[in-house]
Design a protein around this ligand. Structure first.
Ligand code: MN
Length: 322
């Protein structure tokens, strides 16, 4: 598949563009944001880079990160949302009235995307960055080392360094093009994997020592008290749920984060051949078969009971439990 003509036509017709990625941005969100925005500038389009939240520390090595700011659309006539499955993922930068006045191109690889744009390019791909690369090729914009580094970071993040089952020959071919354009896979891996701080080690140690297992499901919890004890932030919880799902004999890992505001954030990971996205969608969230999540109102205990039941029901329906 190549980028649809509707997407390239919207970009060609735009005077000024703002690219926006999702809240609590990951490497695919920020990589796609900078990579695409820098490419669009090379075709002479003024382009603003926006994200409601700040760039996490371990992505600060990317070129152009200081340009990513929490700015809402202003005089731009085209909004491009990246890696956002719904408008809630745009966070504080979303304004329904403002968005209705602009043209909106929604580029995303989450199959649960609610198609909120004027043009929606949604495909089941390894990363949004892979789609950005195709869009850049369709617009005949030459790659450079900055664009290539950002897009490869997106692909490396979402495939967990080419380890996920959606690492297809096409994904590897995309990576080859980016490496040929100057991106260093070794540098990106090194940067992305040097994220351990003493607070993170403290947080993981305590969360892991209280993890529980039952019927092919493993779960752990993060409370405001635990975060304070370890002087840790929500960012320090990243990848904990992926670590948990690597437990032998486990089909699903769940991480419950009590945000201290009456809402519990649930991160879900599933083993190969297991689909957890339906559970997330049913609870008002979304995601992919192997990686999904939702935010639920209630106490930690209530939400754990609710999600554990929905998870075991799903596993039973998928023939994983008798
Ligand atoms: Mn992504």
């Amino acid at each position: 598949m190549t980028a649809p003509a509707e997407a390239t036509a919207l970009i060609r017709g735009a005077q000024r563009i703002i690219c926006i990625c999702h809240v609590m941005p990951d490497g695919d969100a920020i990589g796609s944001l900078i990579g695409l925005a820098f490419a669009l500038r090379k075709m002479g389009k003024p382009c603003t880079l926006a994200c409601a939240d700040s760039v996490p520390e371990r992505l600060l090595f990317l070129p152009g990160v200081t340009e990513v700011q929490p700015v809402a659309p202003a005089d731009e006539d085209l909004i491009i949302t990246l890696d956002c499955s719904d408008t809630e993922r745009i966070g504080a930068l979303y304004d329904a009235d403002l968005f209705a006045q602009k043209r909106v191109l929604n580029i995303d690889h989450h199959i649960t995307n609610v198609q909120f744009g004027e043009v929606n390019w949604v495909e089941q791909r390894a990363a949004t960055a892979e789609m950005c690369l195709e869009l850049i090729a369709a617009l005949a914009i030459p790659l450079d080392i900055a664009i290539a580094t950002c897009l490869l970071t997106g692909i490396v993040t979402d495939t967990r360094s080419f380890r996920t089952s959606n690492t297809t020959p096409d994904v590897l071919r995309a990576a080859i093009r980016l490496i040929e354009a100057g991106a260093s896979l070794a540098d990106i891996n090194e940067q992305l994997n040097q994220y351990n701080s003493p607070s993170r080690v403290c947080l993981w140690g305590r969360a892991l020592s209280n993890a529980r297992m039952q019927e092919r499901v493993i779960w752990a919890e993060i409370t405001p008290h635990l975060l304070a004890t370890c002087s840790a932030t929500i960012e320090d919880t990243e990848d904990l749920v992926s670590f948990l799902v690597a437990t032998r004999g486990i089909d699903v890992a769940l991480l419950f984060t009590d945000r201290g505001d009456g809402e519990i954030e649930v991160s879900m990971r599933a083993a190969r051949d297991v689909d957890i996205s339906g559970v997330a969608l049913h609870l008002g969230g979304g995601g992919h078969p192997q990686a999904a999540g939702c935010i639920c109102k209630g106490t930690l205990g209530e939400i754990e009971t609710l999600v554990l039941k929905a998870t075991t029901d799903a596993l039973r329906a998928q023939g994983r439990l008798s």
